[in-house]
Design a protein around this ligand. Structure first.
Ligand code: ADP
Length: 502
């Protein structure tokens, strides 16, 4: 099909490769020679499935960051004044449009990030629509606090729109993680500048088209594309923004926090994890193994994964044997095939990083119980589901986030020891407990440091529940009212009982 110079046809969608700023598609200033920035004007988006170059994407810099923040700032007063209902109508239309495009969005995202088409289709894209609908509804119906009195004075709490939110997102669940921030930010009355990860820019670009189709005024939602150290750094350092919502790694979070400190910009950080999965000796082992196998989902590229299997020594051998039997049956392959359970890693750079973690672990004495290398039958970016045992206490593989299909197995004798092992990392994002006794489980969960704990289950997520990480896994909580507490300026107005004219 003949396409415009800045359009590519993918998954039956026409994707614009340019930034979306103030309701207009623009190439980078350096492409037109109006910027002092000498970095290239574009970058390639490459499919992890087969290395195909999918699109040549505009690569922004300081000029685009400036333009996008200016557009979002000028759109802010009208969006703020529309109120929750006026915004809600537009956001509901946007959610409808996402739902109408689930199949195409699922295919596009799979091409760009290599996650399973089936899960994009059935879980992720419906959740994208939900991220928008849920927070629009919350702003309309739930965002209120009962008035209470102090010596006869009324305290009236309101959540006022705060301004421009910069949202910086990673590549492992691009549109889902972006809309988890965009939904509440827009519902709260803020305007948004999104910088998607450079490995996965495509769904954000199409999402901008859907915003326009939904009738969102120009400048309310903007997308700038490019490298974190270029346009990302320029956005988070901008003095004209009200909030930064970042999902990504700890080192990048520290860089962003330094930039934010200059302007005292509030941040919401959702960072990495090294979550424990504790299996007690009274646990249902079939359930424990099923849940443990789920930690390979998305080829291990999930911040919440319980990658450290901590199994009671009395059941560890049986657990390991049966886990290995089941893991051997995992189907790895093209993420578009229905039968595939694990697809590729996102990028060659990332695959190498994962492989090197395992090589260093082996060199330090760990034993490969299953997997432990690239899947040579498939070629490309596939890494085998891997289980390591006998890693030295405190070693890198037990403490650093790998973000690949690599689990470790450790044993414990007492529940106190399990908790000590579980809490023994810099992270505190999630924990999983598989246990046969509710009171025992409650004693364990009480002492675990984590933002979310799943007991005898995994990945049950309610958008009304608080979500975030403890320790180095994050700053702040989002979900339900916690999202609005971050995106809005929470205000208390105190009305005296007297002083009113009749
Ligand atoms: P990962 O290791 O998963 O790629 P990063 O934290 O490096 O995680 O990246 C997550 C997001 O942060 C990406 O969109 C990336 O472009 C962006 N990013 C990276 N460095 C910076 C920075 N200095 N300032 C702002 N954003 C950045």
């Amino acid at each position: 099909m003949e396409t415009a110079p800045h359009q590519v046809e993918l998954a039956e969608l026409s994707i614009d490769t340019r930034h979306y700023i103030g309701g207009i598609r623009v190439t980078s200033a350096q492409a037109t020679g109006t910027s002092a920035d000498h970095s290239p004007a574009t970058f390639d988006s490459i499919s992890p499935i087969d290395g195909t170059v999918l699109a040549c994407i505009s690569r922004g810099g300081k000029a685009e960051a400036e333009a996008a923040v200016a557009a979002a700032r000028s759109a802010f007063p009208a969006w703020r004044d529309l109120g929750p209902r006026g915004r809600g109508e537009i956001l509901h239309r946007l959610a409808d449009l996402v739902e109408a495009n689930v199949e195409q969005l699922a295919q596009l995202e799979t091409l760009d990030n290599g996650s399973l088409l089936r899960s994009h289709r059935l879980g992720v894209m419906p959740r994208v629509a939900m991220n928008i609908r849920f927070f629009a509804d919350w702003a309309m119906n739930e965002l209120q606090h009962p008035v209470w009195q102090t010596r006869g004075h009324d305290n009236v709490v309101s959540w006022d729109p705060s301004g421009v939110v910069v949202i910086i997102t990673p590549w492992n669940a691009p549109l889902m993680l972006a809309t988890w921030r965009i939904g509440p930010a827009l519902a709260a009355g803020d305007t948004v500048v999104l910088k998607p990860a450079e490995w996965t820019p495509l769904s954000a670009s199409y999402f901008a088209d859907l915003c326009e189709q939904a009738g969102m005024p120009a400048g309310v939602f903007n997308v700038v594309q490019g490298m974190g150290a270029e346009v990302g750094a320029a956005l988070v350092a901008h003095p004209g923004i009200a909030r930064i919502a970042f999902t990504g790694s700890v080192p990048t979070a520290k860089t962003i926090a330094r930039a934010a400190a200059e302007n005292l910009t509030p941040v919401s950080f959702e960072l990495g994890g090294k979550s424990p999965l504790i299996v007690t000796d009274d646990a249902d082992l079939d359930l424990a193994i099923t849940i443990a196998l789920e930690q390979y989902d998305n080829a291990g590229q999930v911040c919440l994964s319980g990658t450290r299997l901590l199994v009671h020594e009395g059941v560890a051998e049986e657990f390991a044997t049966r886990f290995a039997q089941k893991a051997a049956l995992i189907v790895q392959g093209d993420p578009r095939d229905e039968a595939t359970q694990i697809g590729p890693q996102i990028h060659q750079v990332h695959l190498d990083r994962v492989a090197e973690f395992v090589e260093r672990a082996e060199a330090a004495g760990a034993r490969v119980a299953i997997g432990g290398g690239r899947n040579s039958e498939l070629g490309g970016l596939y890494y085998r589901p891997t289980l390591l045992t006998d890693a030295a206490p405190g070693s890198e593989i037990l403490t650093a986030e790998v973000f690949g299909p690599v689990l470790t197995l450790q044993t414990f004798a007492t529940d106190d020891e399990a908790v000590e092992l579980a809490n023994n990392t810099e992270f505190g994002l999630a924990a999983v407990v598989v246990c046969g006794d509710r009171q025992r489980a409650e004693r364990l969960t009480k002492n675990l440091v984590a933002g979310t704990i799943w007991v005898n289950c995994f990945f049950v997520r309610d958008l009304a529940a608080p979500f975030g990480g403890s320790k180095n896994s994050g700053i702040g909580r989002e979900g339900g009212v916690w999202s609005f507490d971050f995106y809005a300026d929470v205000k208390n107005t105190v009305y005296a009982p007297s002083g009113w004219k009749e």
